[in-house]
Design a protein around this ligand. Structure first.
Ligand code: SF4
Length: 166
């Protein structure tokens, strides 16, 4: 197929994608009201504070081509200084206590701290462990959380859609 034929085929076919599901309702989000500055687009820095890496697999899937949370305006970035949202997984281990505090301090306001997984919410399976300093909410203020061990990618996508409103 020559480039002209290809261009015609692309034009004829148009855009082929399933319509996006409606934005998630505020139900279940508690008191969370996303900062209006983040409407439509939010940069996300992931912080592993002491996870078993199960949550990371699901976070990876949420940003992968199947669940594709980027289409709702959430994008991963490499530095908290570029981020609007800190997506924190795992319990907070003693070694990550201070780094997590510093990471939150390095993130410009308005920011959202999202605790993903049961460990991040309430220490989950690692509650009482000798190396555990606490859940994420024991160390830094948490705005929104996602339950599950690990949470499904759909739930992570829904939480990020609450931030972007898309
Ligand atoms: S919530 Fe489950 S999957 Fe996630 S870090 Fe804890 S033990 Fe691992």
């Amino acid at each position: 197929m020559n480039p002209l034929q290809l261009a015609r085929l692309i034009r004829r076919t148009g855009r082929v994608a399933e319509p996006a599901p409606p934005p998630p309702s505020a139900e279940g989000a508690g008191q969370f009201g996303p900062p209006r500055e983040l409407a439509g687009s939010a940069q996300v820095r992931h912080v592993d504070a002491g996870s078993c890496n199960g949550c990371e697999i699901e976070v990876g899937a949420a940003f992968g081509p199947v669940y594709d949370v980027e289409r709702y305006g959430a994008r991963l970035v490499a530095s908290p200084r570029h981020a609007d949202v800190l997506l924190v997984t795992g319990v907070v281990t003693r070694n990550m206590l201070e780094p997590l505090r510093r990471t939150v301090a390095a993130t410009p306001r308005p920011r959202v701290v999202l605790a993903v997984g049961d460990c991040a919410r309430d220490c989950g399976a690692f509650a009482g462990g000798y190396g555990v300093a606490g859940a994420v909410g024991d160390v830094v203020p948490v705005d929104l959380d996602v339950p599950g061990c690990p949470p499904e990618p759909d739930a992570i996508v829904a939480a990020l859609r609450r931030v972007t409103g898309r």
